[in-house]
Design a protein around this ligand. Structure first.
Ligand code: HGY
Ligand code: MN
Ligand code: MN
Length: 425
C-alpha cells in the first residue's frame, strides 16, 4: 500500500468538507453539558462520558481501534502500513473537558482534527509508515479538582497518587470520581505510555490570543508554553451578624480576600510578561446578612521564568501574612498542581514549520500563555503545537469563534505534518 502525502490527494474543497464536519461535531459536543445553553463539561461527569461516547464512535468510523484508560482518557489507534515492521507512533492529542461556561473549540478542536486526519487516510484507503494514536484527554482544565493536566499525566508517567485525596466542591475525592467514571486508581501507574516507539506529540488548538488575527494568518507554530504556579489560599475570621457587629470589632474574611485579590493584580502588573489571577472565590457561610467567617480563593500565576514566578509567589505570601495579621485573620496557603515552562521540540517544530510553508502560509511563531497537555507529554515524546486563529483571541468564553476556512488550512497542514513525520522513520 503506498504512503503518499495525504494532502496531495485531498483537494481544497475536500478539506473544507472535512473542516465543516469538525465544526458540526464541535457543535454536537457542545450539547453535552451540565448546564442547558452553556458549555460546562467537567471531569468524570455524565456529560463528559456522553461526549466521550460520541468521540469513540467517530474514532471507530475513522478506522481506529479504541480503548479507555483508568482516568478515563479515550485513545484511538490507526495502525501503520502492515508492510512496516515494528512501526513507530505519532500521537495527535486534545482534550474534551471544558471550563465552566466555556467555548466549544478549546480542546475539542485537537481531538476532532486528529480524528479527521486519520479519517482522511482511512477514506483514501491509505496507511502511513507509522501508526497514529489520537488521544482525547479527560481532564486538561482541572476545574473540578483544581488539578492541572490530570488526563495526560498518567500517560506521561507523572500522576501523583496524593492527588487522589483532593476533593471537589461537593467533598467527593478524585479517587471516588475515578472509580465512578469506570477506572481503578490503583491501576493508573500501568497506563504510562512507553516512550520508545513515539515519534512525537502534536495538538491543534485555538490560539486563545490575538496574534494570528493581527497577522492575518490562519495558523501558527508554537515555540513553547509558559510555566505556572497555582495555590489555594484560605482566610479564616469570625462569622457574625451583619447588623449587630460594630465595624471596629469584625474579623471579616471577605475584606481580607478583597485586599489579597488587589495585591495579586498589583504583583501581576509589576513584571513584564507576568500574569496573576484569582479566578475563584468562595465566601462562607455566603449570606448577605452574615459577615464572612471564611474564604477560599485560588491563585493562578504564570511566567516562563521560574525565578520570576518564585519571586511573585514570595511577595504574595508576604501580602497574605500582612493582611492576616492586620485583620486578625488566620490563613493557610496550599500549593496546587501546576506546570513547568516547556519548549517545543525543535526538530518536530521544524517539520511543522515546513508543512505550513508547503501550504503556502507565512510562518508565524507563537509562545503559549495557556497550558496544554504538550507540557506533560514532553516527558515521553518530542512535542509541538499548531495554533488556529480565533476571533479577537477570545477563549474560556462562549464567544469563542473560529472559521471553517482556518480549520481546513489547519487540516491540510496536519495532513502534511503527519505524512512527513511518518516518512522520516
Ligand atoms: O489554564 C490553562 O492554561 C488551560 O486552559 N488549562
Ligand atoms: Mn482551556
Ligand atoms: Mn485547551
Amino acid at each position: 500500500m503506498t504512503t503518499k502525502n495525504v494532502s496531495s490527494t485531498t483537494t481544497a474543497s475536500r478539506n473544507l468538507e472535512r473542516a465543516a464536519r469538525i465544526m458540526e461535531r464541535c457543535d454536537r459536543l457542545a450539547r453535552e453539558s451540565a448546564e442547558v445553553g452553556k458549555i460546562s463539561r467537567l471531569y468524570a461527569t455524565p456529560e463528559l462520558r456522553a461526549a466521550r461516547d460520541l468521540l469513540e464512535g467517530w474514532m471507530r468510523e475513522a478506522g481506529m481501534t479504541t480503548r479507555i484508560d483508568n482516568v478515563g482518557n479515550l485513545i484511538g489507534r490507526y495502525a501503520a502500513d502492515p508492510a512496516v515492521a515494528d512501526p513507530k507512533t505519532l500521537i495527535i492529542g486534545g482534550h474534551w473537558d471544558s471550563v465552566r461556561d466555556a467555548g466549544r473549540y478549546d480542546g475539542t478542536l485537537g481531538v476532532l482534527s486528529g480524528i479527521a486526519a486519520v479519517g482522511g487516510l482511512h477514506e483514501a484507503g491509505m496507511r502511513l509508515d507509522a501508526a497514529i494514536e489520537v488521544m482525547a484527554f479527560a481532564d486538561e482544565e482541572g476545574v473540578r479538582f483544581h488539578t492541572a493536566l490530570l488526563g495526560s499525566s498518567p500517560i506521561a508517567g507523572g500522576f501523583d497518587p496524593a492527588w487522589l485525596a483532593m476533593t471537589d466542591d461537593a467533598g467527593i475525592t478524585l479517587g471516588e470520581a475515578i472509580r465512578a467514571f469506570g477506572g481503578d486508581p490503583a491501576a493508573i501507574p500501568g497506563d504510562a505510555r512507553a516512550p520508545d516507539d513515539l515519534l512525537g506529540f502534536i495538538e491543534v488548538h485555538i490560539e486563545q490570543g490575538p496574534v494570528l488575527q493581527e497577522r492575518d494568518v490562519p495558523v501558527g507554530v508554537v515555540t513553547g508554553i509558559t510555566g505556572s504556579a497555582r495555590a489555594e489560599i484560605v482566610f479564616t475570621g469570625m462569622a457574625g451578624h451583619a447588623g449587630t457587629i460594630p465595624m471596629s470589632s469584625r474579623r471579616d474574611a471577605l475584606t481580607g480576600s478583597a485586599e489579597f485579590i488587589l495585591a495579586v493584580e498589583r504583583v501581576g502588573r509589576s513584571v513584564e510578561g507576568l500574569v496573576a489571577t484569582v479566578g475563584k472565590l468562595d465566601a462562607e457561610p455566603g449570606a448577605s446578612n452574615v459577615v464572612a467567617g471564611r474564604t477560599v480563593q485560588t491563585l493562578d500565576l504564570r511566567h516562563p521564568d521560574p525565578r520570576v514566578r518564585d519571586r511573585a509567589v514570595a511577595a504574595l505570601k508576604g501580602e497574605v501574612e500582612e493582611i492576616g495579621s492586620r485583620r486578625s485573620l488566620e490563613w493557610t496557603w496550599h500549593d496546587s498542581p501546576c506546570f513547568a515552562e516547556t519548549p517545543s521540540d525543535p526538530a518536530l517544530t521544524g517539520t511543522l514549520r515546513e508543512a505550513i510553508e508547503r501550504e503556502g502560509i507565512p510562518v508565524v511563531e507563537l509562545f503559549s500563555g495557556a497550558g496544554h497537555d504538550a507540557v506533560t507529554m514532553a516527558a515521553i515524546a518530542p512535542v509541538t503545537m499548531l495554533f488556529v486563529r480565533c476571533k479577537d483571541g477570545i477563549s474560556h468564553n462562549p464567544a469563542e469563534s473560529i472559521t471553517v476556512e482556518d480549520v481546513a488550512a489547519a487540516l491540510a497542514v496536519l495532513d502534511r505534518f503527519a505524512a512527513s513525520v511518518a516518512a522520516q522513520v
